[in-house]
Design a protein around this ligand. Structure first.
Ligand code: ADP
Ligand code: MG
Length: 152
């Protein structure tokens, strides 16, 4: 399944993320974490999208571009022990840097929602059933966003 969107402002990209969060919260019980693999242009809107997603999940802290921090964990309030993980692979050398942060355990826990920016850098350790979301910079305020979900 492939869904293509074109957004015309950061606010609209955030709204898209927020909309996806609502869908994720309604999803039936799973065996593993929900993993969103984000890829595409620098400035394409990945972090902006995740700000909306986090807000939609109910996370109160603001999601920032984690310049030096590779992984951040946010509690999803109201949902017993649910966590939102924001991972940014921009600066990493390879999958080992992510595996060292207990990645396997994080993606194995069905209570987690895990969003990975620059996921193409760790393609071989991203679970098969992840949703891939691609961001393309078209012009100053226009972004093309493509969501491909496999076996959800
Ligand atoms: P990435 O994480 O992919 O590098 P960011 O979300 O950090 O991208 O940056 C996107 C930048 O582009 C932000 O400064 C944002 O305000 C701007 N922007 C302009 N138009 C859009 C749009 N339609 N969607 C998302 N961001 C946009
Ligand atoms: Mg970013």
């Amino acid at each position: 399944m492939k869904l293509k969107y074109r957004t015309t402002s950061p606010v609209k990209t955030k709204k898209m993320g927020e909309g996806l969060a609502k869908i994720l919260l309604k999803m039936p019980k799973r065996k593993k974490a929900i993993v969103l693999a984000l890829e595409g242009d620098l400035g394409g809107g990945k972090t902006t999208f995740l700000q909306g997603l986090a807000q939609g999940l109910g996370v109160r802290e603001k999601i920032l571009s984690p310049t030096f921090i590779i992984l951040r964990r946010f509690k999803i309030p109201g949902q017993k022990s649910k966590n939102f993980y924001h991972i940014d692979c921009y600066r990493i050398k390879g999958p080992k840097d992510i595996l060292d942060l207990n990645f396997r355990e994080i993606i194995a826990d069905p209570r987690n929602v895990v969003a990975i920016e620059w996921a193409d850098k760790i393609k071989n350790i991203v679970p098969q059933n992840s949703a891939w979301i691609k961001f393309r910079f078209i012009s100053k305020n226009i972004r093309k966003i493509t969501i491909s979900a496999s076996r959800y």
